[in-house]
Design a protein. Structure first.
Length: 120
């Protein structure tokens, strides 16, 4: 958590807060203009808050990535659902056995086919 309190991160936090507040205020301003008859401002009144939500989403994502940086690659996250087991087919054993059998038959047939096919 201390990693998020370094000077570059403090600048990023301030920037994200300023952007979020500015986008919210711009949306409020466009809403006022739209209510006074400016038709195109309805679109902007909806667009600016979406920019604010996008800013917060990116901010949270970057913080989560930063906090995951030191975690070993194979280590599972502490919270959340455990990973499901790998998918297996109920016919997997039969498929593997058939492949082994086909491979064994083709290897055994090769010498006999070469002796049968050659004129002796």
């Amino acid at each position: 958590m201390r990693r998020l309190l370094t000077p570059p991160w403090i600048v990023l936090h301030c920037f994200a807060v300023v952007l979020t507040v500015a986008f919210g205020l711009l949306g409020w301003w466009q809403l006022g203009r739209a209510q006074h008859g400016n038709a195109i401002s309805w679109g902007y009144a909806l667009e600016w808050p979406l920019f604010a939500v996008f800013t917060v989403a990116l901010w949270v994502r970057q913080m989560r990535l930063e906090l995951r940086k030191d975690r070993p690659e194979g280590e599972a996250p502490r919270r959340g659902r455990p990973e499901p087991p790998p998918m297996t087919s109920p016919f997997e054993a039969a498929i593997i056995e058939a492949r082994r059998h086909d491979h064994g038959v083709s290897v055994r047939q090769s010498p006999s086919e070469s002796s049968q096919g050659s004129p002796a």
